[in-house]
Write a protein that binds this ligand. Structure first.
Ligand SMILES: *Cc1c(COP(=O)(O)O)cnc(C)c1O
Length: 377
């Protein structure tokens, strides 16, 4: 059959290019160095205990979109706490970060508008821009001069949006928010920050704006996830009350998708509380990341430390990235090989993340194997 031929041929091409992807189920004894569970909250005992205590009062499904009958007290409370965290008037919880970005960007932009987007922004931002009717310009990674030139060259009667990851998911570097904020002020642009990897990690857990002491205002929109450092599932958008009212009326993933389960929102609420209270998790995460960075450099890896727990060892070649992944897995360490289209062609890599839950001996074990592979593979 033609369709199945197409599927088979496409997959064969992917395999030939060493871009074939598989899902792994990790045994308990495997040390995971590629999760986004930075604070070790995804499997914590306190939240499980609380869940046991309260499960009888929690519906396991929400039953409908939040606009129909899927909105519960627990989600409202979660949204209030997120507004508190992000220092905004209002917040809305949505299914995933992917949905937050596509829903937000497609809802707030019109064909009159222009979007300026960092070239390393997350795929969900790229897809959100694809869904939008606005014109788009991609500026060079963190390059303020390139951004400003592109803004000057492209005038519009409509609105201007600048979109950036707060912490870039693959490189682990932090957006130059002071400068982006200034540019946004000068050109009267709305600044959208995707803090998926910044929330819970930098700015005392409050995210990238707070790392730079920038006070949120009505021209800043913060997107965050509940699935990374917060260790649960879901996402949110924080901004002015006007913005959130608008999204309730216009964001299609809010209107046409079932609300998260109250059980999930309960988990998010408890984990969010731990994230804010237990400062030592962030402190230790940073110390472990710093230790890993300095030892990596000692054994001859040319990496940059951005004061975040994300590291990329760029191997360039897809095949090599797979060989390194498989060798690590044989030694009970899992680090997925990240290849195009997630990263640019020729920059395949191991993306390593440090977590609060790693022991120093786990990190040492990883370093030993990396050192061996560097000389021998
Ligand atoms: C993970 C991620 C998302 C998507 O969030 P999900 O909740 O996993 O869908 C969006 N933006 C960035 C920068 C991310 O890293």
């Amino acid at each position: 059959m033609k369709f199945n031929e197409y599927l088979k041929n496409s997959l064969n091409q992917i395999k030939e290019k060493n871009l074939y992807r598989e899902r792994f189920i990790l045994d308990k004894n495997i040390i995971n160095f590629c999760s986004n569970d930075y604070l070790g909250l995804k499997d914590n005992e306190y939240t499980k205990q609380k869940l046991k205590e309260f499960i009888k009062d929690l519906p396991v499904g929400s039953g409908a979109s939040a606009l129909v009958s899927g909105y519960y007290e627990i989600q409202k409370k979660l949204e209030q706490n997120l507004s508190n965290l992000k220092d905004t008037e209002s917040s809305i919880v949505v299914g995933t970060g992917y949905m937050a970005n596509i829903g937000l960007i497609s809802a707030i932009t019109t064909e009159e508008d222009i979007i300026f987007s960092d070239e390393y922004n997350h795929a969900s931002i790229i897809d959100g821009i694809r869904l939008s009717k606005a014109k788009k310009f991609i500026y060079k990674h963190k390059d303020i001069e390139d951004l400003e030139n592109k803004i000057k060259e492209n005038k519009t009667k409509g609105n201007i949006f600048i979109i950036t990851d707060g912490v870039f998911s693959m490189e682990g570097d932090i957006a130059p928010l002071k400068e982006l904020y200034q540019i946004a002020k000068i050109y009267d642009a709305v600044l959208i920050i995707d803090d998926a990897h910044a929330t819970g990690v930098i700015g005392n857990g409050k995210g990238s704006l707070f790392e730079f002491n920038i006070k949120p205002d009505e021209n800043i929109i913060q997107v965050g996830t509940l699935s990374k450092a917060i260790g649960s599932f879901g996402a949110f958008i924080s901004g002015s009350k006007l913005l959130i009212d608008f999204l309730v009326n216009k964001a299609r993933p809010v209107i046409f998708s079932t609300a998260l389960s109250p059980v999930q929102n309960f988990i998010s609420l408890i984990n969010l509380g731990i994230m804010q209270k237990e400062e030592f998790r962030r402190k230790e995460l940073f110390e472990k990341s710093k230790y890993f960075a300095s030892r990596l450099k000692e054994i001859g890896f040319n990496i940059e430390f951005h004061n975040t727990p994300i590291f990329s060892i760029i191997l360039k070649d897809e095949k090599k990235a797979l060989i390194w992944r498989d060798y690590l897995l044989k030694n009970n360490i899992f680090i997925q090989a990240i290849r195009p289209p997630t990263v640019p062609i020729g920059s395949s890599r191991l993306r390593i993340t440090i977590s609060y839950s790693h022991k120093y001996e786990d990190i040492d074990k990883l370093l030993d194997i990396l050192s061996f592979m560097k000389e021998n593979l």
